[in-house]
Design a protein around this ligand. Structure first.
Ligand SMILES: Cc1ncc(COP(=O)(O)O)c(C=O)c1O
Length: 364
């Protein structure tokens, strides 16, 4: 019998696969963590209350497979019907379901670049074909190219990550009118934006919107996301979903967070206020920063000679790292290599950040 190695046994497309690289999650509170777009504020106190009240004995039992109560609450929140909602283990799970159901082996899935770097990994896992539509530096939505895409599934991040730029419904509609595939608007950051594409669902049955509790509801650790779409699309997604994809604890926590809209709005307003102040501060330095509709800024630092490039960006990254401030650098591409993405923190974290940036400026 011939000896086969594990590498011989793995599927060929998986053997070539490069895993997604998430931002660092260092242990310990000495870090100021501005690298993964988490919310700097705690979730609503109603979340801890709901978790405390959960009877641990109920954890013997599997959760509601369809997360029905949460579907109903989310549907009501967006003035939709429960059959237009599906809940996932984070919106990553939802993206995975979309690619599983509408991409799959040999299926073409399109997305714009730069955007969420998980997309190509999920397409790779499904052995699909990737179609990339490049942004230009202005970050306008390349309407013509997206309209002409032959992909059966197209993913648009709006507000975009890592730039923070939001696309107007008017532009999204120009695409939807012509695009023949399923069109996903990944709205992970839409609660921080001026506009959402939800109203377009009525008019465009091939539109899917994905959302998350990880950012605006401060619940990245609980892993709940959802999609809003036509009942027919939701039905297909349900068919490929793991039966118990959202834990009891997660369903309870997300529901409590959703119900406390007063707290939610206060937190979102605070993050937006911080965004405005930090953006103004960077502009005063003469640094380029994309107008952000999200909870982070994508900024292009300058050294004392007024230069912006990869070396300048990595120099600031390293300096902040040495000060125990974690931000995100996406090198390797001309559109991202001279930039840093910085998540908006608490007021006191932002003060420490500003001070560190000012000190760095004195040495470069
Ligand atoms: C654009 C985008 N979509 C989706 C996600 C995933 O969010 P979740 O925590 O719901 O899986 C992220 C997370 O950073 C993101 O940036």
């Amino acid at each position: 019998m011939s000896e086969r190695t594990i590498a011989d046994l793995v599927q060929p497309h998986i053997s070539k696969l490069k895993a997604y690289t998430p931002g660092d999650q260092p242990e310990g509170s000495e870090w100021i963590k501005l690298n993964t777009n988490e919310n700097p504020y705690p979730p609503s106190p109603k979340v801890s209350e709901a978790i405390r009240e959960l009877d641990a004995n109920s954890l013997r039992l599997y959760p509601d497979p369809k997360s029905l109560q949460l579907r109903e609450a989310i549907a009501a929140h967006h003035s939709l019907e429960p059959n237009q909602v599906i809940i996932g283990n984070g919106s990553d799970d939802i993206l995975n379901l979309l690619i599983r159901a509408f991409g799959g082996v040999g299926g073409t899935v399109g997305f714009s670049f730069p955007s969420y770097s998980l997309y190509p990994v999920l397409i790779g896992i499904g052995d699909g074909v990737t179609e990339i539509v490049d942004f230009q530096r202005e970050m306008y939505l390349p309407v013509e190219q997206v309209r002409n895409s032959s992909a059966g599934l197209f993913l648009l991040t709006s507000p975009n990550a890592p730039t923070g730029v939001g696309f107007k419904n008017e532009k999204i509609e120009e695409v939807l009118k012509v695009h023949s595939g399923l069109f996903v608007v990944d709205e992970a950051y839409a609660d921080f934006a001026d506009e959402t594409a939800i109203a377009l669902l009525k008019k465009y049955p091939r539109l899917v919107i994905t959302r998350t509790f990880s950012k605006s509801y401060s619940l990245a650790g609980i892993r709940v996301g959802y999609a809003l779409a036509a009942p027919e699309a939701i039905d297909f997604l349900d068919r490929v979903r793991d039966s118990y994809n959202v834990s009891r604890l997660s369903q309870v926590a997300a529901l409590a967070a959703l119900e406390d809209q007063t707290y939610f709005q206060r937190v979102v307003a605070q993050v937006k206020e911080t965004r405005m102040l930090f953006q103004a501060e960077l502009k005063e330095k003469g640094w380029f920063v994309y107008p952000s509709q999200a909870n982070f800024l994508f900024l292009e630092p300058k050294n004392s000679k007024g230069e912006s490039n990869e070396d300048v960006a990595t120099s600031l990254f390293d300096y902040l790292y040495s000060e125990k401030i974690l931000v995100r650098y996406f090198g390797s591409h001309v559109l991202t290599s001279s930039f840093l993405r910085i998540t908006l923190g608490t007021e006191s974290e932002m003060k420490v950040l500003s001070k560190a940036i000012n000190s760095w400026q004195t040495i470069v």
